[in-house]
Design a protein around this ligand. Structure first.
Ligand code: NAD
Length: 306
C-alpha cells in the first residue's frame, strides 16, 4: 500500500494552468513535490488577447506555499517548443505533460465559420500535438513519461453548437490511444480524461447550485493518479466530475455476420439491422486493438454456406 503518491523531483508541464482546471492541477502537483511549469498565455475564453498575470498568480501562490514553479506565457499553437525550453532550462527535463489548455468558439454548425472550426482545432489538437511531439524525445530517452490529453464529454457524445470542439476533443482520444501503444515500450503512459467542472467555460451555461458541486479541484486527484509512478493504466479514457471517476470503453455489438453465399445487398442489412445494433446478443466485445477488429471481420469468410 502506497502511503502517499509523490511527485518529488518530477518535472510537470501543465498547459493553460493560469485558471480553471489547470490551476488546480498546478497547485496540487507542486504541493506533492513536483517542479511545475505553469503555462498560460492569459487570453480570453475564445483565445483573444494575452497577459502574464494568470500564470504569475499561480506561480506566486505555489512559491508562497514553499513549492517550486516557473511561469511560461507561450501560446501552445505558435511556440510549443518555448514551453518545453522553459522546463529544460529551469529543471533539466520533463516527466509529466498535462495537455489542458483550451478555448471555445461555439456556434451552431450552420453558422460556424471555417475560422471558428480551425481555431479550435489549432489549440486543442494541433497545439497539443506540437507540445507532445516536443516532449516525446525526452520521455523516450529517459524511459519515463506520463501524458494526459484533455478530451470532453462533448467529444465523446457530441454537443449542440460545438462541432469544432467535439471534433478536436475526440481526435485527442485517438491521438492518445496511438501514443499509448507507441509509448508502451518506453514506459510512456498516455490517458485521456473527459472532465466536467466549474470554470469560465461552464459558468455561463450551468446554474450556480450545480456548478458548486462541480468544483475544478475535484478533477485533480484522477489526473495525479494517472500520471503517478503507481498507475499502470495507459490508452484509456476516464470521465471525471464531482467525485465521480469512471472509465469509458468501446463496445462492439453482437453483430450481423453474413455468410459468403448470402447476397450483400442493402436489403440484407435492412432485414437484419437489429442484429447490427444488438448489444444484448452473445458475442458483445470490448475491443482495444486493431487486431481485435481483424479477428472479427475475418470470421465471415469461414462461415459455413447454407
Ligand atoms: P479555462 O478557460 O479556465 O482554462 C483554459 C486555460 O487555457 C485558460 O487559462 C487559457 O488562458 C489557456 N489557454 C487557452 N489557449 C491557450 C494557448 N493557445 N496557449 C496557452 N494557454 C492557452 O477552462 P477549463 O474549464 O479549466 O478548461 C481546461 C481544459 O478542460 C480545456 O481543454 C477544456 O476544453 C477542458 N474541459 C473542460 C470542461 C469543463 O467542464 N470545464 C469540460 C470538458 C473539457
Amino acid at each position: 500500500m502506497v502511503d502517499k503518491i509523490s511527485f518529488k523531483d518530477k518535472v510537470v508541464i501543465i498547459t493553460g494552468a493560469g485558471g480553471g482546471l489547470g490551476k488546480q492541477y498546478a497547485l496540487r502537483f507542486a504541493a506533492r513535490g513536483a517542479k511545475v511549469v505553469v503555462n498560460d498565455l492569459g487570453g480570453s475564453l475564445t483565445g483573444s488577447g494575452n497577459s502574464t498575470k494568470a500564470a504569475d498568480i499561480v506561480v506566486n501562490e505555489i512559491k508562497d506555499s514553499g513549492g517550486i514553479a516557473v511561469a511560461n506565457y507561450d501560446n501552445i499553437v505558435t511556440n510549443a517548443e518555448g514551453i518545453l525550453k522553459t522546463a529544460v532550462d529551469n529543471f533539466g527535463t520533463v516527466h509529466v505533460l498535462i495537455n489542458n489548455a483550451g478555448i471555445l468558439k461555439d456556434a451552431s454548425f450552420k453558422k460556424m465559420t471555417e475560422k471558428q472550426f480551425t481555431d479550435v482545432l489549432d489549440v486543442h489538437l494541433n497545439g497539443t500535438f506540437r507540445l507532445t511531439k516536443a516532449c516525446w524525445p525526452y520521455f523516450k530517452n529517459q524511459n519515463y513519461g506520463r501524458i494526459i490529453m484533455t478530451a470532453s464529454p462533448a467529444g465523446l457524445y457530441g454537443n449542440f453548437g460545438q462541432a469544432n470542439y467535439s471534433a478536436a476533443k475526440l481526435a485527442l482520444v485517438g491521438f492518445s490511444e496511438t501514443l499509448a501503444k507507441e509509448g508502451n515500450r518506453y514506459n510512456i503512459k498516455v490517458n485521456s480524461i473527459a472532465p466536467l467542472a466549474k470554470s469560465r467555460m461552464t459558468e455561463t451555461i450551468m446554474p450556480p447550485d450545480v456548478l458548486e458541486k462541480l468544483l475544478p479541484e475535484k478533477i485533480a486527484p484522477l489526473v495525479m493518479y494517472l500520471t503517478s509512478d503507481e498507475c499502470p493504466s495507459t490508452g484509456s479514457i476516464y470521465e471525471v466530475a464531482a467525485g465521480m471517476f469512471a472509465q469509458i470503453r468501446w463496445e462492439r455489438s453482437g453483430g450481423l455476420y453474413l455468410r459468403p453465399d448470402e447476397s450483400l445487398t442493402p436489403e440484407a442489412i435492412l432485414n437484419r439491422f437489429k442484429e447490427v445494433s444488438d448489444f444484448n446478443k452473445p458475442g458483445v466485445q470490448h475491443p482495444t486493438e486493431l487486431n481485435d477488429y481483424n479477428k472479427v471481420w475475418s470470421v465471415t469468410s469461414s462461415l459455413p454456406s447454407n
